[in-house]
Design a binder for this molecule. Structure first.
Ligand SMILES: Cc1cc2nc3c(=O)[nH]c(=O)nc-3n(C[C@H](O)[C@H](O)[C@H](O)COP(=O)(O)O)c2cc1C
Length: 183
């Protein structure tokens, strides 16, 4: 199977921490990962369009910005019309993740916002089911719509245990579905 693309934008490291946790989970299942950022922030290589086309599945995240995805990601998707016209992402499994400073500051709306371009591209959205115990237990981030982190006003990039468990579950589920679809 082709590598799974973990694609993110992060200005101060919180979304990067989520991306790295999801990437670890994917690798622990024996799948290769392309860990890539949308803007060149130095931590990981910048994505190229061919990786989006070639990947077996996608995990996609940005910080919450006014309850929505960061503009860098919106711009990225607005430059993907050529891929959309050819239907090159149709039936690829995908999941989303975000970080917000406050608990009720729009992280769930951002997860839904991140999902919209993926649905336009015909991707198959993978959420977090309630058989993941951390989803019921969490007092920080994590939602049925995807993984999240509540970073606080000091923008702490240390994920809580529940947030990590949810990232791990999402990565496992993405690999399992990608494998089934690639059989
Ligand atoms: C322009 C801007 C808008 C933001 N909007 C929100 C928001 O709507 N809700 C929220 O809780 N945090 C908001 N934040 C805070 C970030 O989402 C939060 O610090 C996040 O953890 C940053 O992720 P990063 O460390 O990966 O860059 C905003 C930050 C900026 C710079």
């Amino acid at each position: 199977m082709a590598p799974i693309l973990v694609l993110y934008h992060s200005r101060s490291g919180s979304v990067q921490a989520l991306a790295e946790e999801i990437a670890d989970s994917i690798e622990a299942q024996g799948s290769d990962v392309w860990l890539r950022c949308i803007c060149d922030d130095g931590a990981h290589p910048q994505v190229n369009k061919q990786e989006l086309i070639d990947c077996a599945a996608l995990a996609f995240g940005t910080p919450t910005r006014f309850g929505m995805m960061a503009f860098q990601a919106k711009s990225f998707w607005e430059q993907s019309s050529d891929i959309w016209l050819k239907g090159q992402l149709i039936d690829k499994p995908a999941c989303v993740f975000t970080s917000s400073s406050s608990m009720h500051g729009g992280n769930e709306t951002t997860l839904l916002h991140l999902s919209i371009p993926l649905l336009h591209h015909g991707m198959l959205l993978v959420g977090v089911p309630y058989d993941v115990p951390a989803l019921n237990a969490t007092t920080t981030g994590g939602a049925p719509y995807g993984a999240s982190h509540v970073s606080g006003l000091d923008n702490n990039s240390q994920l809580s245990n529940d947030e990590k468990q949810i990232c791990q579950a999402l990565g496992r589920r993405l690999v399992n579905l990608a494998r089934k679809l690639n059989d």
